[in-house]
Write a protein that binds this ligand. Sequence first.
Ligand code: PEP
Length: 250
Amino acid sequence: MSLRLIANWKLNGSIKFIKSWSQLFLENFNGDNFNSIGIAPSSLHFSLTKDLLIEHGINIGVQSIDGEQFGARTGEISASMVKDLGGVFSIIGHSERRVLFQESVESISRKLAQANMNDIVPILCIGESFEENKANITQDVLEGQINDALKDHKDLSSLIIAYEPIWAIGTGKTPNPKDINSVHEMIKDVVQSRFPKTELESVIYGGSVNKSNALELFEQKDIDGALIGGASLDGKDFALIANIFNKLKV
Ligand code: PEP
């Protein structure tokens, strides 16, 4: 099975944290589908995380890549560097990057192109704000984000879309699972009808997923997996979520 459950550790981690996380995860995970799991540590902790987990078949990726291959771009990392070090995926266009770092639609499009050129699976994050949700324009917003990201390269060899309502990230609030399912169906329809040559592997959900709500989320047919922030910082909790995923999706 391809990548479906992604841990986004954001700006967290230390040598001690990663060693203890790996131990807790391996003690509590009772499946054998390690290849559906991906961890996105900080870039500094990429190699340590990989050294501890890759032998089990877990995929290691990054939280962002640059839109260029190389050059005078202080502080950035490229898709080719990720590939060179054994990375498998990159999160692209996370709402925190769009908002806090003013990531533009053009730069998200360039990042997708870099990921595709370097055989890195892009996990493209899209999602509406609270105001957009309340105004009932979620579908238009998501369609716009998909078009903006994909219009310049219509035949990506792999793509995962993470539907992450901005108001659900880190807030403990989640939309009704059935509503998420309908949004995922819509995303699949939009990509398949407008970008039929793009290999959409899965549509995963992100926004306050935890060990208590994972069951009702994974029961939904079109929720193929999850992108998990806060609850992924506890190796045991992340393993428990992965165990629920195994029961329902593998
Ligand atoms: C995220 O930041 O992608 C995310 C889903 O975070 P959390 O699980 O903490 O809501």
